[in-house]
Design a protein around this ligand. Structure first.
Ligand code: SPQ
Length: 427
């Protein structure tokens, strides 16, 4: 386990290009694997999670070449997937686990899916239960809720599924199974989750019907290989957006960041808190919007965050907590129970680690309450193997009055392998 010490800085200045979007990188590989013909991916995120997706689909018989940010997937359609003699190891990636289960639900062979200690605690029944309803055979601890999972797919039938949670992974797993099922599959969610699956399926030639909170797909549709350009990940950009806003004398420009509105809750929050944030050079490539974001040191006020915005910023809440410690007044984060089933219980880890640095923060049943501003103190914290906690603690270290030592910092490689290199470039 690697430790990293982060110290207070006087300013952050410069321009960086954050790595490719994790959600889009996973989908480009998976959709390329079930498509007919070659898919090329530009701007792929070579983080551990997306490399797990490549490795699983290689084990399922798909030829995939990857060199840094460039990937070529030689898809041979759904029938190109083969039973693997090896276990499919998803590492730390919830997206790989849940979307791949949706694909495997329709394949007439046996697979075993495992992941790391964090994956073993994350609920899988949210996808295995509807996939079993569609006809897949899935077993695992607690009736298929936890890995290791054994799955035997086959001919599935469409369902009309009302998801109890707003989750892109649940929606995507069911839609992917629906693509090979008899009839029309519909998924309805309580709030809209990120829609990268819908956008990319359309780019791969699939017809979908979308209403406000529902998406429907007819079974029997084939995908055609494409060239995918991956925008920068707004969830990775979020660390530098927060750092730029809270560190004195700062100005940071982040190039080509994905600004799909199902992901821009962090921008809405920053603007509502009073941040000096500029959005320029907007363009749309492959159905996905991207733009340059410039953030400057800002005077911030606490706000209330809850309701439909939560799925639009769920992964940014750990770093929003750091932002709130530096804002004037109280920030209340509510309706965010989903944080409890991420790589760690992100309500507990954020609150406990920030308390160690002297933050005025308390956990609630569905979020947290933060009173600011606080001059954070130094101290010893840990990521607990959660990439977003590790990077959030590093941002806290940049404004703390003494050094912050972060344990298990290697977790950042899951989604942002060059995070500390980018930070160095800005100091
Ligand atoms: O892939 P994983 O481990 O679930 O990653 C996380 C993250 O912080 O990077 C969540 F822990 O992002 C999820 C996100 O929270 C990625 C994702 C996707 O690509 O579809 C959707 C969200 O999860 P969910 O459960 O709401 O569908």
């Amino acid at each position: 386990m690697t430790k990293k010490v982060v110290e207070r800085v006087q300013q952050l200045k410069g321009t960086i290009k954050v790595p490719g979007d994790k959600s889009i990188s996973h989908r480009a590989v998976m959709f390329g694997a079930i498509a007919n013909g070659t898919t090329t991916v530009e701007g792929f995120l070579p983080g551990e999670d997306c490399l797990s997706t490549i490795s699983c689909f290689q084990k399922l018989g798909v030829k995939i070449e990857q060199e840094e940010e460039s990937v070529t997937v030689h898809g041979k359609g759904w029938e190109g997937l083969r039973e693997s003699s090896e276990i499919l190891d998803v590492g730390n990636s919830g997206t790989t686990t849940r979307l791949m289960l949706g694909i495997l639900a329709t394949r007439p062979f046996h697979s075993i899916v495992i992941g790391d200690a964090s994956i073993a605690k994350r609920p899988m029944a949210r996808v295995t239960a509807p996939l079993k309803q569609m006809g897949a055979q899935i077993d695992g601890r607690n009736e298929g809720d936890f890995t290791p999972l054994a799955i035997r797919g086959g001919q599935t039938k469409a369902i009309n599924y009302m998801s109890p949670v707003a989750s892109a992974q649940v929606k995507s797993a069911i839609l992917l199974a629906g693509l090979q099922s008899e009839g029309v599959t519909t998924v309805t969610e309580p709030h809209k989750s990120r829609d990268h699956t819908e956008r990319m399926l359309k780019a791969f030639g699939v017809e979908l019907e979308e209403n406000e909170l529902s998406v429907s797909v007819r079974g029997g549709q084939a995908l055609q290989g494409q060239h995918v350009v991956v925008p920068g990940d707004i969830s990775s950009a979020a660390f530098f957006l927060v750092a730029g806003a809270i560190i004195p004398n700062s100005e940071i420009k982040l190039m080509n960041v994905g600004v799909n509105t199902t992901r821009t809750g962090i921008i809405d929050v920053l603007l509502q808190m009073g941040a000096e944030l500029e959005i320029t050079n907007e363009k749309i490539i492959n159905e996905e919007r991207m733009a340059d974001l410039t953030i400057r040191t800002s005077k911030l006020n606490g706000i209330e965050i809850g309701g439909e915005i939560i799925p639009r910023l769920i992964d940014e809440i750990p770093v929003i907590a750091i932002l709130a410690t530096q804002a004037n007044g109280t920030t209340i984060i509510k309706d965010a129970q989903e944080l409890k089933v991420k790589e760690t219980n992100r309500i507990d880890t954020v609150v406990n680690q920030l308390k160690l640095l002297g933050a005025n923060i308390e956990a609630t049943e569905d979020g947290m309450i933060i009173h600011g501003p606080t001059l954070l103190s130094g101290g010893k914290v840990a990521s607990f193997g959660d990439h977003r906690i590790g990077m959030s603690m590093a941002i806290a270290g940049l404004v703390a009055n003494q050094p912050v030592e972060i344990d298990e910092i290697e977790a950042v490689d899951v989604s942002y392998p060059n995070f500390f290199q980018h930070l160095e470039e800005l100091i």
